[in-house]
Design a protein around this ligand. Structure first.
Ligand code: B12
Length: 210
């Protein structure tokens, strides 16, 4: 049925896609497996966009559909019983980038796993991260971005945190569709997470060390 879901998303059959997500979850499919199917569908849509067979409206429709799917999946993810507050995480999509579906999932997963999350939104300038670190004193800073231009901006953001004398006060993790270990090294971050749970693992490890 995940194949059907991928097809429904790439065909922009929104109602059908939402129904399939619900059916899959009702039948006991892991939320992570459903998310993976959605990711594949979005990749496919992204490829069409790159090849010039889809345009911005299709990307927007895909984003809207994904937001709705996330809303259906969230309650399943939130079944994890967790009340303890481990620490604080500041999260945001870096300057120049407005992709926030992934960031919102990470933010939500951190929240239900016991972190206080300060979400700075999208297109966040490095100064805003610096100001938020000063204000909220988090243990962890999470940078998200999907565009390749985010690579340099993530590096600049890490540099700005360093220049403000705050680098040894926080651990920095990065993530987003095109981010990998190499970009982590390039940006000077402490960790790269391929998905939201990887972000939660880093945050737990780092917050406990404080
Ligand atoms: C939906 C979408 C949009 C929507 C975004 C809506 C929204 N609210 O986010 C809209 C229509 C706004 C959009 C706009 C644009 N987009 Co767009 N978009 C996409 C699309 C189809 C899906 C992205 C997505 O949400 N994926 C699903 C989420 C869940 O995945 P994720 O972000 O990777 O998140 C997961 C992990 O990475 C991780 N994670 C994410 N962040 C973090 C952070 C931390 C700390 C950790 C640990 C983990 C982590 O956890 C998440 C859950 O597991 C992709 C194609 C694709 N391949 O997916 C193109 C894509 C990203 N877009 C692209 C482009 C070019 C654009 C535009 C420039 C188009 C234009 N001409 O205007 C604009 C950019 C505007 C801007 N300044 O940002 C390109 C980028 C190419 C590049 N080289 O940079 C892509 C790859 C399409 C393509 N193949 O060409 N887009």
């Amino acid at each position: 049925m995940t194949k059907k879901l991928i097809k429904a998303i790439t065909d922009f059959q929104e109602e059908e896609a939402l129904k399939l997500v619900q059916d899959l979850l009702d039948q006991g499919t892991e939320p992570a497996e459903v998310m993976e199917a959605c990711r594949k569908a979005l990749d496919e849509i992204g490829q069409h966009f790159e090849q010039g067979t889809f345009f911005l409206p299709e990307l927007m429709m895909a984003g809207e559909m994904m937001n709705q799917i996330t809303e259906i999946i969230k309650p399943k993810l939130a079944e994890l019983p967790e009340t303890k507050r481990y620490g604080k995480v500041i999260i945001g999509t870096v300057e120049g980038d407005i992709h926030d579906i992934g960031k919102n999932i990470v933010s939500f997963m951190l929240d239900v796993n016991g972190f206080e999350v300060i979400d700075l939104g999208v297109d966040v300038p490095s100064k805003k991260f610096v100001d938020a670190i000063n204000e909220f004193q988090p243990q962890v800073v999470a940078l998200s971005g999907f565009l390749t231009l985010a690579f340099d901006v993530m590096k600049d953001t890490v540099t700005a945190i360093e220049s403000a004398g705050l680098r040894d006060k926080v651990k920095i993790m990065i993530g987003g569709g095109q981010i990998n270990e190499e970009i982590k090294e390039y940006a000077g971050a402490d960790g790269y997470g391929k998905d939201a749970m990887a972000g939660v693992s880093f945050a737990k490890k780092w917050a406990n060390h404080k």
